[in-house]
Design a protein around this ligand. Sequence first.
Ligand SMILES: Cc1ncc(COP(=O)(O)O)c(C=O)c1O
Ligand SMILES: [Zn+2]
Length: 379
Amino acid sequence: MSDDMYVCPACGATYSLSSMAFRCRCGGLLDLAPFEPRFDPRSAGGERSIFRYVAAMPPFAGAERAWESARRRVTMGEGLTPTVPFDPADPELLVKVDYAMPTLSFKDRGAAVLVAAALAAGARMLIQDSSGNAGAAVAAYAARAGLGCDIYAPASTSPRKVAQIEAYGARAVLVPGSREDTAAAALDAAERGARDGSAFYASHVYNPLFYQGTKTYVYELYESLGGLPDTLYVPLGNGTLLLGAYYALKDLRSLGLIGSYPRLVAVQAERCAPVYRAYAAGRNAAEPVRNEGTEAEGIAIAAPLRGGQALTAVRELGGEVVTAPEAGLKPAKEAAAARGFYIETTSAACLAAYLERKARGVDDGRAALPLCGSGLKSA
Ligand SMILES: Cc1ncc(COP(=O)(O)O)c(C=O)c1O
Ligand SMILES: [Zn+2]
């Protein structure tokens, strides 16, 4: 199989990374064809950005020059975020300050790679849909790349996130109704754009290149700690960080850099937990649920398209899916602020889950969790 293709796991069809493909003709979601990651933590580039791990990303064979110049153009030095003890007096819990990013959330990891790939593929216009942070990230990198950008978002999106998207020069298309209505409107626009070659669907859900960016989260942990902690907490809405972590852990294992996997704990919101429900019931497919209303808006994905894939990934690594108690979100956010970290409520979910498990006597050993969105983001 070629080194750099999108592949449809359902029917085996392949598509070039230089195409505008975002979904298989059969309707299946695309993954990347397997390729050899190259990563040496002792010589991980001199680059001060996530692209220090570019050797672990697809080689873009046949389009290496376009990829190289595109990524050099779009990078804003994202990544290399601090990993520090949550509490200075307690070395057992580490937090990675992933809101210390150009657009104030971890989504910059995925957006930098995806927008660079779109630019290298010759896109002139990007379409994306998001409840906020991914939209802001794609809008910022589109501005940097000189690409037009339409971001579809629910009409209920926090005004601060809409203002940020528009500040980058993107058009915010506010769609009445649910998050799913927004996704349908964006998909429709993306299909029209793909047909006439005018638009690239820069979706963090459809396009698997996004996970080639988010996987740098785990590489950085590995590099800065000289190994991995016993337990890794990650949020799970659509699963962009979870799937990135999965690919990175597989890479590190296949490179012989880790002998076993850390315990991966994927965290959903108690009131919107389709993947948790499937996990707890031993099912393989994450059936859509009704969002019962949660303050953790960023992970409140009632019908995650890659929910089954996320579940398989967690099971393969021997990890688990848990829920963050709704009543624990606000206290966790306050506990973070009391230690100097101003995070958005969604970001408090992993901490709330960690604290709740600890109170029950679960021993995570040394654990790490991401602080993935800034408190300045939400109202
Ligand atoms: C702050 C924050 N944390 C976590 C997530 C969850 O990411 P995902 O939906 O990719 O699982 C999001 C998604 O928007 C987010 O904005
Ligand atoms: Zn297919």
